[in-house]
Design a protein around this ligand. Structure first.
Ligand SMILES: [Zn+2]
Length: 206
């Protein structure tokens, strides 16, 4: 959070997207035991699920998190961010056959690999394709690869999200002119790391 929002507190901060301030809030934990989780999600202007590792355990957490979201028109714009360290050229997944954790290099995408544990051969997937397939994500749900820190990959991904918020607001405004402006001032971003985290972003000065 502090990388993205200079001066951020532990789980909340304001970052500048051009001259637009965005408030990011991080939600961490289990949605089932957090009574404020769903309110937080429904108040958001947008949501991001942050994914770091794609091994079986992490994917199970992420699936559970994704399933708590209302997948209808009431859901704010949602994106997945695949988060990597700067310069990282590989990612962690699990063998689909035996569950062995594997580090996979981007360089090897499309090649046939063999799990060192169970010897099963498999075609090495791209990280985003693997995530999409495992979660059965709809094609129009963006999966963006970003590098940790305050850098263009994060800024670009947030920018695309803000454009979708604007689109949604314009559509809403056609229906209800007055209601939306005061109510909607939050973007929420979900982070999946070892733990489940949700980050929310609020455009403050619109
Ligand atoms: Zn295996």
């Amino acid at each position: 959070m502090r990388n993205t929002c200079p001066g951020a507190a532990e789980s909340s901060g304001v970052c500048l997207l051009g001259d637009l301030p965005l408030r990011l809030d991080l939600l961490v934990g289990d949605p089932r035991v957090n009574p404020y989780w769903h309110q937080h999600v429904s108040d958001a202007d947008a949501l991001v699920i942050l994914a770091r590792f794609l091994d079986v355990l992490s994917m199970d957490h992420m699936k559970a998190l994704y399933r708590t979201l209302p997948l209808d028109t009431s859901l704010p714009p949602l994106a997945f961010f695949l988060v990597r360290d700067a310069g990282e050229k590989d990612f962690k997944m699990s063998c689909l056959e035996c569950g062995q954790k594997l580090w996979v290099r981007d360089y090897d995408i499309g090649k046939t690999g063999r799990c060192p544990s169970c010897q099963e051969a498999f075609q090495i997937p791209a990280q985003s394709a693997y995530l999409r397939r495992q979660l059965s994500l709809p094609d129009n749900l963006p999966v963006d690869q970003v590098e940790m820190g305050d850098n263009p990959t994060v800024q670009d991904a947030l920018q695309r999200l803000v454009l979708r918020i604007d689109d949604r607001r314009m559509n809403e405004d056609e229906d209800r002119v007055d209601e939306s402006a005061m109510k909607r001032s939050t973007i929420r971003i979900q982070i999946q790391d070892q733990l489940q985290r949700v980050l929310s972003v609020h455009p403050n000065a619109r």
